[in-house]
Design a protein around this ligand. Structure first.
Ligand code: GLU
Length: 307
């Protein structure tokens, strides 16, 4: 090849490379635009919106049982929840917003039904069943332990969480075991499983507790904590998840005293069996596909019953 031709060829090659370089830089720009669209969440939001719309369409196209359809037609899901249990149902005193595993569950159920509006009602161990019976709420998701006795009053779904009962005591209480409770008074709430659970666990350990002398009953948990602070009770007994809401630097939860697995189920009014079945199917599905594990992790729910 002549030198002139070689030069021309080199020049041509240089131009091809220059063009290719330009092309690739414009490709980079294009692909980084796409990435920033993703990062901005537009695509994800679109997908979420599509999913929600699909769920709503499914909810509409499927023949829903009349009890479920009535809730969809109302457009509001009314849910009884705890307002003072961190990780489960907690109401922010400033914003009034609720958060926790049971709140997320309620929103997920509403989304599945294509319902936009969830109305939360704060319940206690003593009020949750009455509110269901009166028809004021559609369901309760409020650390409600499934027991055989309660099954005769309400429907419960498959458990979505299992907690343990424990004791909250003052740091200098000297209480570390069931035997230390025989001359003490334990605060429990009305309508809870706590008293029977503690008596049974102590009995298993060979300690007899008297159902009246060793216990004092209160309507609400804040009242039990006040009584503990004032020395009117020596221990506060209920599920660990609930006790964690009352921790401060003067008290502790006795890790050595964890007993009586408490399986939490969503409760519905006894004659609402179709609604109960619908909810049970959702819980079973979400237990199997990891949705519930994720919700529990997202809410940093208190350690579940592990013995
Ligand atoms: N989980 C227990 C119960 O259902 C404790 C009480 C409560 O949930 O407030 O009795």
């Amino acid at each position: 090849m002549k030198r002139k031709n070689l030069l021309a060829l080199l020049l041509a090659l240089a131009m091809v490379f220059a063009l290719a370089a330009c092309g690739s830089s414009s490709n980079t720009a294009t692909s980084s635009d796409t990435t920033s669209t993703d990062a901005a969440g537009t695509d994800a939001a679109d997908t979420d919106a599509t999913d929600a719309a699909d769920a709503a369409a499914d909810a509409e196209s499927e023949e829903l049982p009349a009890q479920v359809q009535a809730i969809v037609d109302r457009g509001i899901l009314r849910v009884g929840v705890k307002s003072d249990v961190p990780g489960f149902g907690l109401q922010d005193v400033l914003t009034n917003e609720y958060s926790g595993l049971e709140i997320d569950l309620a929103y997920k159920i509403a989304e599945t039904l294509g319902i936009d509006d969830v109305e939360f009602t704060a319940v206690t161990a003593a009020t949750r069943g009455q509110l269901l019976d009166a028809g004021d709420i559609d369901m309760v998701a409020a650390t409600f332990t499934i027991t055989e006795e309660r099954r005769s009053s309400w429907n419960f779904t498959t458990p979505y969480y299992t907690d343990a009962v424990s004791l909250l005591v003052k740091l200098d209480s000297g209480i570390s075991d069931y035997a230390d409770l025989t001359d003490k008074v334990v605060g429990v709430s009305t309508g809870s499983t706590s008293r029977d659970a503690l008596i049974a666990a102590a009995a298993e350990a060979g300690v007899t507790l008297d159902s009246s002398a060793n216990f004092s009953e209160f309507a609400t948990y804040p009242e039990i904590k006040t009584a503990l602070d004032a020395g009117r009770v020596d221990a506060f007994c209920v599920d660990g998840s609930i006790l964690s809401g009352y921790l401060d630097d003067t008290v502790e939860i006795l890790d050595s005293v964890r007993f009586s697995p408490q399986e939490y189920g969503i409760a519905t009014k006894l004659d609402n069996t179709d609604w109960a079945d619908y909810l049970d199917n959702l819980i079973v599905t979400w237990l199997a596909d990891g949705t519930l594990d994720q919700m529990i992790a997202d809410n940093g729910a208190a350690a579940s019953f592990a013995g």
